[in-house]
Design a protein around this ligand. Structure first.
Ligand SMILES: Cc1ncc(COP(=O)(O)O)c(C=O)c1O
Length: 364
């Protein structure tokens, strides 16, 4: 073949995918990468050793398909989550993005709608459209909160098949109290997904929506190992719901979707949950340090229950983002006017970010 390649427009692509943009957070090899809310702390060595041993064992069976039901892993997640959950209430996949995709494949799809309060996680509309469903955005108040009354009336009016409640919310960091989730569930006819990707960073006093699962068969609570568990590269997400929901997800997953290596690695990491989560308190301290320092630099941080801070008061987000980039610090322009988002890193990375930001004259 020569060097001639077709353009997207030349292909018989689905009409509803034409003109769309793929997910594309920049991946640049900068010394300080604080742009995709990873856990940037060094991976605990003793856990890495145990994971390697587990993978070595699993490798002996790599000629066979893995346990399609990932039984041991589901037991591990049920135990980790608590709340009296049983393995038949657990589902997992290659990252919570795939978990959410399974939910949309089962409960969204052509002719159906999914809904979330914008600004929220940018993958919800993409995953929704990927299954042929339509995305509808609701609104939040100026501080990015949404109260129970407004949330319920918006959901009632939109009447979606799937509601996504990102709690706490990405990219704003905003917590969502349980009374809002309860009100949305009551107003909704369809599935309500509470995406708790950042729950481990919330104050212990902010309860998980897992407490609401009993008696609510349309409620789903999703989690990920990518953030607090420092496992983003392994791609493991999971959810808890009524066993009937799990049965629905079996209809759409690919057979053997979780490799024997992924299952072994995730089960081993879960056995070390307290060690894996050791960095959480330190990350929360750095998050709070960012929030406490930004006002002195002229910026307006929003309250965050996550491992990142969204801050306003940025005259020209693109220029400030580039200024940081040129100083070796990668953060995220999430497209909210006059705002940028930064992940809380190690103490050193956080210092590098704050120093770099202080050296930029945002008013120029
Ligand atoms: C709110 C939210 N949900 C889900 C995800 C996806 O996480 P993963 O697919 O790595 O589990 C992210 C990642 O940034 C997120 O911010």
């Amino acid at each position: 073949m020569g060097g001639v390649t077709a353009r997207l427009d030349d292909l018989p692509l689905r009409d509803d995918l034409r003109g769309q943009t793929p997910y594309g957070a920049p991946q640049a090899a900068l010394p300080v990468a604080l742009n995709v809310n990873e856990n940037t702390h060094p991976f605990p060595g003793e856990v890495a050793d145990d994971i390697l041993d587990s993978i070595a064992l699993a490798l002996r069976d790599v000629n066979r398909y893995p346990d399609r039901e990932f039984t041991a892993l589901r037991e591990g997640f049920a135990e980790y989550l608590g709340y009296g959950l049983t393995p038949d209430q657990i589902w997992a996949a290659n990252g919570s993005n795939e978990v959410l995709q399974h939910v949309l494949q089962a409960f969204g799809g052509p002719g159906r709608t999914a809904f979330g309060f914008a600004p929220t996680y940018s993958m919800y509309p993409l995953l929704t459209r990927g299954t042929g469903a339509t995305w509808t955005a609701g609104t939040r108040s100026h501080d990015f909160t949404v109260d129970a009354e407004s949330a319920a009336s918006q959901v009632d009016a939109a009447d979606p098949d799937v509601v996504f409640l990102c709690a706490p919310n990405n990219p704003t960091g905003t917590p969502m109290p349980l009374d809002v989730i309860e009100a949305v569930y009551q107003a909704a006819r369809g599935i309500v997904v509470v995406d708790e990707a950042y729950q481990e960073f919330a104050p212990r006093s902010e309860p998980s929506a897992l407490a609401l699962l009993p008696g609510r068969e349309r409620l789903i609570v999703s989690r990920t190992m990518s953030k607090a568990f420092a496992f983003a590269g392994a791609r493991v997400g999971y959810l808890a719901a009524d066993p009937a929901v799990i049965d629905a997800l079996r209809l759409v997953r690919l057979p053997y979707h979780l490799s024997v290596l992924t299952q072994a690695a995730a089960s081993a990491a879960l056995r070390h949950a307290p060690t894996m989560l050791r960095a959480v308190d330190e990350i929360v301290a750095q998050r709070d340090r960012i929030a406490a320092t930004l006002p002195a630099l002229g910026y307006e941080p929003h309250d965050s229950s996550t491992n990142f801070v969204l801050f306003g008061g940025v005259d020209d987000p693109r220029a400030t983002w580039k200024g940081l980039y040129d100083r070796g610090v990668l953060i995220r322009d999430v497209g909210i006017p006059h705002h940028l988002r930064v992940t809380a890193g190690t103490e050193g990375e956080t210092t590098a970010f704050l120093d770099a930001l202080a050296s930029i004259d945002s008013r120029s």
